[in-house]
Design a protein around this ligand. Sequence first.
Ligand SMILES: N[C@@H](CCC(=O)N[C@@H](CS)C(=O)NCC(=O)O)C(=O)O
Length: 203
Amino acid sequence: MKLYFSPGSCGLAAQIALREAGVPFDLVKVDFATKRTVDGDYLQVNPKGFIPALEWDDGAIVTEGAVILQWIADHHPDARLLPPVGTVDRYRAMEWLNYVATDLHKGMAVMFSTLVDGDSKVRFAEGNLALRFAYVDDHLATNDYVLGDRFSAVDTYLYNVLRWPPRVNIDISAYAAIQSFMRRMEQRPSVVASVAAELSTNR
Ligand SMILES: N[C@@H](CCC(=O)N[C@@H](CS)C(=O)NCC(=O)O)C(=O)O
């Protein structure tokens, strides 16, 4: 199993989920600028050019972070990373995965974009992202994890994306429930190991 990633970006969630499921994997670093890995052309792996991508030992490749998380969860049901397929709880989890992917992840992508000027980023952070953070904070005020009292794959993605605001000068320290959630996640061995693994490949 190979997980294609780049340090500091959105491959962290899949890495945490793989560790939670106890799946052995190799990390393969992708250079965003050249779209290359040590093995060669990353566009042959994922023509969209985005990480993450997960390559199975038989060569099958899955892309899109929210889908990769479901793939990991469904292939390792004992890890109970997501509610069973077809249940209302599963659709609730999918709602959250989609919200994190489309509203939070891609909203934060605006803040990293070189195509958007500084003033527009400030307006976007205040007029758009602040509402997203407030919604998440409100939810986490009465739920230890996104799906309630139990950790799930959704938390890996939310944690991944919520690591980014300080890097683009967005202060989320006043969102107390988000802060508690982040500290809770950082106590998990899977999170500690995944962050360390990214750091070690970044040296
Ligand atoms: N639709 C993709 C988007 C993933 C994505 O935005 N990946 C970013 C890193 S967080 C990326 O690969 N960027 C490459 C680049 O900007 O060159 C998904 O949900 O997995």
